[in-house]
Ligand binder design. Sequence first.
Ligand SMILES: *Cc1c(COP(=O)(O)O)cnc(C)c1O
Length: 369
Amino acid sequence: MKIMPNRMDRGFFEYQEEFEKKALEVLRSGWYILGKEVEAFEKEFAAYVGAQHCIGLASGLDALSLAFRALNIGPGDEVIVQANTYIASVMGITMNGATPVFVEPDEYYGPDPDAVEAAITPKTKAVLVVHLYGQSCRMDRIVSIAKKHGLKLVEDCAQSHGATFEGKMTGSFGDIGCFSFYPSKNLGAFGDAGAIVTDDEAIDARIRMLRNYGSRKRYYNEEVGVNSRLDELQAGLLRVRLSHLKEMTREKQLLADTYDSNLMPAGGSFEIPKRLEGANHVFHQYVIRCKDKETRERLIEYLSERGIGTIIHYPIPPHLSEAYAYLGFEKGSFPVTESYADTVLSIPMYNGMTQPEQAAVIGALNSFS
Ligand SMILES: *Cc1c(COP(=O)(O)O)cnc(C)c1O
C-alpha cells in the first residue's frame, strides 16, 4: 500500500457531482471575475467566521501583505511574529517594508505570550499570530497584550479554518484575519485563492479598493493597488466546499483522535501533538516531534521504505532562509524554533483517508524504534 502525506483527489471525488455542477454553472454564466459567486462566498465565509466583512483575494500571501498595507504599517515599523512559521507570514510583513521581530513559540507552536510582550518596542505596530497546523494560539493572553500596548492584531489563519479558542473562531479575534484557500488547506480551492475578514468597515473598503487596482469606481484609481481578485470559478467551488467544511473538519479530528489513542512511540522516539486547553484543533497537519534530527531522518527513511510519505513543515525557519539573510540572523538565534525545524514531521492526514491506510501508518510508526 502506498500512502501519500496528502490526497486532494479524495476530497474532490467525495463531492464530485456538486463541484462539477457548480463549475459548469459558472463557465456557462459568461461572468468570471467579481460577480455573484464571489459576493455570495464573501457573505457565507464572513458568517462562518463570525466577522462583519470578508473580501475574496487571489492568495493567502496577498491577504497578509494587503492586511499590513491597510493598517498603514511600513518602513520603520515592527511586527512581532513567531519564528516557526511558514515564510509567507513573514513576506506579508516585509513586502510592506516593515521589520519582522521574531519570537519563540510555545509547545503548541503558537507564539509564547511572554516572549511577545518582551519583544515590544516603541516601534512595534502589530502582532501577527499564526494558528499553525490548525490549532489556535493562546488568544486570551495575546489579545490582552495587544490591547494593553495599543497594538494591531493580525491573524494568519491559512491553516486554521474553523479552529476556535474558547468557542470563538480564529480570524475573529484580531483587527484582520488572513486566509489562504490553497488546494491543500482545510478549506481548499482548485487553484490559488485567499481572503481577508474584518469587522472594520474602513478596512473592508480599503482592501476592496486595493485588490482591484486601487479603484472603487471603474477607471477612477485612488491608489496604486494590485490585481488580487478571487475569481468566480474558485468562489463557486469554495462555496461547495464551505457547505461541507463542518463534516470535513470533523473527519480530520476523528483521524487525529485515532492517531492520539493508537500511537505508541517506542523508547520515546517521537511525541504526539499537544492539545492546548480551550482550543479546538482542526488538524490541517498532524505533526509529531522526533527525539532529535537523526531520529527524524531514520523515521522518514523507515516510513518511506514502507510506502508511507511524510513532509516536514518546515525544515528551514524564515530567519535562516536565504531570502532573509539580510536580517542578519545566525544559527542559534532562536533555539526552540530551530529545534522544532529539526524534529517536526507531518504524517499522512487527509479527508478520505481510509481505516486500512491509517492502520498501516500507525503500525509502521509503532514498530519503529
Ligand atoms: C499557505 C500559507 C500561507 C500562504 O498562502 P498562499 O495562498 O499559498 O499564498 C501563509 N501562511 C501560512 C501559515 C500558510 O500555511
